[in-house]
Structures are given as structure tokens and as C-alpha cells.
Design a protein around this ligand. Structure first.
Ligand code: URA
Length: 445
């Protein structure tokens, strides 16, 4: 068996066997298959897809590239959440401490920014000192001791996804359902959880813009997870504009602090509470979503979730004084307001472009080795449906690298569409899917 033969087989639309997938991934991790051959296989999978059994096998081999954690000695359910990625999606930062504060264990393995979307690890690492690369033994101890730990893939856990995830971005192979299933579920299946909630984003800032394709992705993720007996629910949520008011890294941590202190933008709060209520129900802590949301609202408003967040940051060596006093943080060298050039109603925001421009400002990586400017990002002052006056600020850009030039500013300005007629803001929660089918989301109202 050679790498070339396997690439050729997939290129020509045939299914790969377990031994072929295993050979390819193991040889790649040992450095015996080159990056260009892995890139070719990824592109072949992108175009030819994978059958259901093949996707399950691929996911299992990705998971087994590292250790699989066993938390069966811990009483109660272990539940996690994963998002397919969006712009301004800081939900994990709030949800992990919030659900842990409600008494559910939340072992969480997250990813870095991918393309125009941000990544939980990069946001956490904007907190001075915060460590996302921890030995597995420490990950386990922290989940046992304080109920949650947020780490990334390492050499010990999901090394295959650690290597392939970054390459997918560079090879334009992110939008592939089997590759997404293998990437997301290998991380989640390695965490030792009993149940999972997926936040599948829909809209122009999501991996898949079209609602139909996003639903197809959700159904595939659930079907694949079910093959591993992982009880999984997916909530389809809006990504036709950035979530909340901040896109970047430290700016998103600040928004997460606001929500954890009982304030924050209504949309970020609503998505977090809905996902959290699903987690509580999956863990058997509540009978219905409404009571779960109410319980979580109390934990946000009484400071318990905030204290849990400080506990996590301290345990992972972050400097909590920056969280307690965000004004201590480095001030961005450049700040620029983008203003409306006409009056009317905000009819659309190009979230994908906002994410891409935010990455170019320094909040994300253009190549795997790029350093992140943690002060870089965008503060969004107007959302779809808002009334806008001429010259009113729509957005503030900030960074500490190269100052944005006029061309950049105009490109940001074009992300906002202003019309003369009022528009209804997009629906935030679209649909709920589980192994039994598709359900309405009225219960989260
Ligand atoms: N998030 C992941 O972890 N992997 C993907 O492929 C896409 C989003």
C-alpha cells in the first residue's frame, strides 16, 4: 500500500478501507507521508466525499490517533458543546463555567481560528498566562476538581486533528462534511463525554451558508456520533451577522466577562442559555429547556458562573487580575470608527467578510505560523434591523500592528447594507435536531 495508491483511489471516487485510512493517518503522523500528499487526499475527500461507514471509520481513526479519556469513575453525566464556527462566537468561554457551575462536568477540547472564523483557544490565550496546552493528567484532574477544563488537541489527545485542522484551512478543504465530522467528533469522542450539543451555525458567516446544507451537516454529525453511542443534539443558530458585539480575541473575552457578570448582548446570552439548557437536559439535571434556561440565568445573575470562570483561569495559569480589571490590558495602538454614510435601517452585515477582515487586522492567522495580535478586533455598534443615522458609528476597528489603510476602511464599510425600509432582525435559533428528527425551537422563547 502506498500513499499515492490511496490518493488515487479516493480521487476516482472509491471508498477507502479501514486499513488504508489508518495507514495514511498513522504514516502521516510519523512523518512518512508528506504534507503535499495529505493535502491531495484532503482535496480528493472534499470532491468525492465519504460514505457513512467510511466517515465513521475515519472519525474513529482520528480519535484513536491519541488517547481516549475515561471519566466513567466520575458520577453523573459528562457533557460538552462544540460549534461549527462563526464570527464573534465566544459562547464556549461562557458556557463551560456556566454549565460546570450547574453541577455538570464539562471536559472541553477546542480548536483555533479556522479561515474567517475565530477559535476558542486563541481567545483564551489572549488572557495573559492562560495555558491551553496541558498534559492529559492535568486535564483529567482539573475536570475532577473544578468540573471543567478547556484545552486544545495535543500530541497526547487528537494529534491527527491537531495536524490536519490547520492544513484544511490552507488547502481550502474546510467545507467538507466527512472532514468536519472527523475533526469535530474525534475531539469530542476523545473527551470521555456521554452527551454532546452541537451549535451548527447557519448564514453567511458560517462554514455552510445555506440552511439546507447546515442542516445536512447537523444530521451527519448526529448520525456519526450515534454510531459511537454518543447522545447528540444539534441546535441550528444564526450566523448571518456576527454574534454579540465583539469579534476578535481579547474583545470577545471582555464580552464573555459581561455575560458572566449578568450583562452582555441579548443574542450572546440567548444562544448560550439555549445551548446550556440542552446540556442540562442531556445531563438529566432538568426535565425541560425552559427550567434549564431559568436555572442558568440565575447562575449568571448571582455571580456563581463568573466565580467558576475565575477558578478555571487561575487553574490554567491565567492572570485573573486582567479579568477583574480589563482596563489593565494593553491598549490597541490604533482605533478607528467606521461611520454610516447614509441614514436608514441596517438591512445586512457580511459576517464572513467581517471575520476575514478581523483576521487581516491581526486577530487571526493567515498562515499557520502567524502570531496573533490579541488587541486586534472589531466592536460592532449596529445590528441588523437597527435604525442608523448618517455618520453614526457602525463599528470600531482596533489593532496594534499595521494601521488599517483607506482601502481597508472602505472594505469594512461595504460589509454594512443600509436601506430605507425597516427589516426584521434574523431569527437567532432556527431548529433543533436529534437522533429522532427535526424539532421546533419554541421552547427556548
Ligand atoms: N470545528 C472543528 O473542530 N473542525 C472543523 O472541521 C470545523 C469546525
Amino acid at each position: 500500500m502506498t500513499a499515492r495508491e490511496i490518493i488515487l483511489k479516493k480521487r476516482d471516487g472509491q471508498s477507502l478501507t479501514e486499513s488504508e485510512i489508518s495507514f495514511f493517518i498513522q504514516s502521516y503522523l510519523r512523518g512518512e507521508i508528506a504534507d503535499y500528499q495529505m493535502s491531495a487526499l484532503l482535496m480528493a475527500i472534499y470532491f468525492q466525499g465519504m460514505g457513512f461507514e467510511e466517515t465513521v471509520t475515519f472519525t474513529r481513526i482520528m480519535r484513536d490517533s491519541g488517547e481516549v479519556v475515561d471519566f466513567s469513575h466520575l458520577p453523573g453525566s459528562k457533557v460538552d458543546k462544540h460549534s461549527t464556527g462563526g464570527v464573534g462566537d465566544k459562547v464556549s468561554l461562557i458556557l463551560a463555567p456556566l454549565v460546570a457551575a450547574a453541577g455538570v462536568k464539562v471536559p472541553m477540547i477546542s480548536g483555533r481560528g479556522l479561515g474567517h472564523t475565530g477559535g476558542t483557544l486563541d481567545k483564551l490565550e489572549s488572557i495573559p498566562g492562560f495555558k491551553t496546552r496541558l498534559p492529559l493528567s492535568r486535564f483529567k484532574k482539573q475536570v475532577e476538581a473544578i468540573g471543567t477544563c478547556l484545552i486544545g488537541q495535543t500530541e497526547e489527545i487528537c494529534p491527527a486533528d491537531r495536524r490536519i485542522y490547520a492544513m484544511r484551512d490552507a488547502t481550502a478543504t474546510v467545507q467538507s462534511i466527512p472532514l468536519i465530522c472527523g475533526s469535530i467528533l474525534s475531539k469530542k469522542l476523545a473527551e470521555g463525554i456521554n452527551a454532546l450539543v452541537l451549535d451548527v451555525k447557519v448564514g453567511n458567516g458560517a462554514i455552510f451558508e445555506e440552511a439546507g446544507t447546515a442542516e445536512e451537516l447537523a444530521a451527519h454529525l448526529i448520525r456519526t456520533a450515534t454510531a459511537f453511542n454518543l447522545n447528540t443534539v444539534a441546535l441550528l443558530t444564526d450566523m448571518s451577522q456576527p454574534l454579540g458585539v465583539a469579534a476578535g480575541n481579547w474583545v470577545e473575552v471582555c464580552e464573555a466577562i459581561d455575560v458572566l457578570q449578568g450583562r452582555g448582548p441579548a443574542d450572546t446570552r440567548q444562544v448560550t442559555l439555549a445551548l446550556g439548557a440542552i446540556m442540562l437536559r442531556l445531563a438529566g439535571k432538568t426535565k425541560d429547556y425552559r427550567s434549564g434556561m431559568e436555572r442558568l440565568r440565575v447562575l449568571l445573575n448571582n455571580g456563581v458562573a463568573w466565580k467558576k470562570f475565575l477558578e478555571i483561569v487561575q487553574a490554567q495559569e491565567g492572570d485573573v487580575s486582567f479579568l477583574e480589571n480589563p482596563a489593565k490590558y494593553a491598549v490597541p495602538k490604533h482605533r478607528l470608527e467606521i461611520k454610516a454614510e447614509s441614514a436608514g435601517y441596517l438591512t445586512a452585515i457580511n459576517a464572513r467578510e467581517i471575520g476575514r477582515l478581523s483576521m487581516l487586522l491581526g486577530a487571526g492567522r493567515q498562515t499557520v505560523d502567524d502570531a496573533i495580535d490579541y488587541t486586534a478586533g472589531m466592536l460592532i455598534h449596529k445590528k441588523v434591523g437597527d435604525r442608523v443615522q448618517n455618520q453614526e458609528p457602525l463599528l470600531t476597528l482596533q489593532n496594534s500592528g499595521q494601521p488599517p489603510d483607506q482601502n481597508f476602511v472602505q472594505t469594512v464599510q461595504r460589509c454594512f447594507a443600509i436601506g430605507s425600509q425597516p427589516v426584521t432582525p434574523p431569527k437567532l435559533l432556527h431548529k433543533l435536531l436529534d437522533a429522532h428528527g427535526v424539532h421546533a425551537v419554541a421552547e427556548f422563547a
